[in-house]
Design a protein around this ligand. Structure first.
Ligand code: PHE
Length: 338
């Protein structure tokens, strides 16, 4: 035991690292270490009771001594190991990664629509969000006392100014500016005095479209709508027209999309197989007259895509309130789909 103690002290005095120390621990106290082996190989049968007791005591002392010395050395080595100061620059540390900006799902849907329409020869025109009562209502064949004004609860500002309730406000504004013939879309933000729930917002986006030319008919309207929707949803789509009432179109329609989820059989999303998607119609002669265009010479169609609704369908967003909540995590999950 004395010899083992001597060897241990010798080994410890030359240990310069924690790894070396661990090796020493194994050499002496490990399963096959010299102290362990000593205890295992002792032949107790040749010892008297007194001898057994003395041997056991000495062995325990040796173990305690070895453990204490090892711990002492470990503390000394740890204290002298080079340690990084907290403010020191570590050039090998991995980078922190930068948060990239992401476009809003409505922006993505709008950019895609603009691309598709531009590909079909449409111009993109942006009108003001603060609009006159005239362009938003009067010019669209909705006089003061017309019940249709109740259809759209309006935010009123001063001096007959309002927050536009629909992008149709751009129709006469744009026709006065560019005249006929014309093909244009007007994407933008609209406002209505409404209480908010999963499918209603007081602030939402529409994308209005307008074609005025000679001999424009409902057939042109259907063809353009079908082409656009096939490109948006990246497959062939079926549409149907139902009568719909808007004072600025005659005849007016609701264009329904054959449900892309159930293929028209009927499901919880669509109900009867059709999704009401785009109000539209042939431009009312009165609207053309307001724009200084002769309805005998020109005709046209107009449609109002619910851009917010389209983005929700395209990206599978179930609650409209996510779109205006300002949480960047909303944006970040859709940008890659652009
Ligand atoms: N402006 C109408 C609305 O917001 C939609 C519409 C647009 C209807 C164009 C017909 C033609 O409800």
């Amino acid at each position: 035991m004395e010899k083992i103690k001597e060897l241990l002290l010798q080994a410890l005095s030359s240990a310069t690292s924690l790894d070396a120390l661990e090796k020493i621990r194994i050499d002496f106290l490990g399963r096959k270490g010299s102290i362990t082996t000593l205890a295992k190989n002792a032949d107790f049968s040749k010892m008297s009771v007194e001898e057994k007791k003395g041997f056991g005591q000495k062995l325990n002392e040796l173990k305690t001594f070895a453990t204490a010395k090892l711990v002492e050395m470990q503390e000394r080595l740890q204290a002298s190991a080079p340690r990084r100061k907290s403010n020191e620059l570590d050039l090998t540390a991995p980078g922190k990664g930068r948060r990239l900006g992401a476009l809003h799902p409505i922006t993505l849907a709008q950019m895609e629509l603009e691309d598709i329409f531009q590909g079909m020869g449409f111009s993109v025109v942006y009108g003001p969000e603060i609009e006159s009562e005239y362009f938003c209502f009067e010019a669209l064949n909705i006089p003061h006392d017309h019940p249709a004004r109740d259809m759209q609860d309006t935010f009123w500002l001063k001096n007959q100014l309002i927050l536009r309730t629909h992008t149709s406000a751009n129709q006469v504004r744009t026709l006065l500016r560019f005249g006929a013939p014309i093909r244009a879309i007007f994407p933008g933000r609209c406002f209505r005095y409404e209480s908010i729930d999963p499918s209603h917002e007081n602030t939402f986006y529409q994308c209005e479209g307008l074609v005025v030319d000679k001999n424009i008919s409902v057939a042109n309207l259907i063809a353009v709508m079908k082409t656009i929707l096939s490109q948006v949803f990246k497959r062939d789509v079926k549409v149907r027209l139902r009568p719909g009432y808007f004072p600025f179109v005659e005849p007016g329609f609701e264009l329904d999309l054959n449900c892309l989820i159930c293929g028209g059989k009927g499901c919880p999303t669509c109900g009867d197989g059709w999704i009401e998607l785009i109000p539209c119609g042939l431009i009312h002669p009165e609207v053309l007259r307001h724009a200084g265009i002769d309805p005998k010479e020109y005709s046209g169609f107009a449609f109002g895509v619910g851009l917010t609704r389209l983005a929700m369908m395209k990206f599978g967003i179930r609650d409209i309130r996510y779109l205006n909540c300002g949480d960047l995590r909303v944006n970040e999950q859709f940008s890659v789909l652009a």
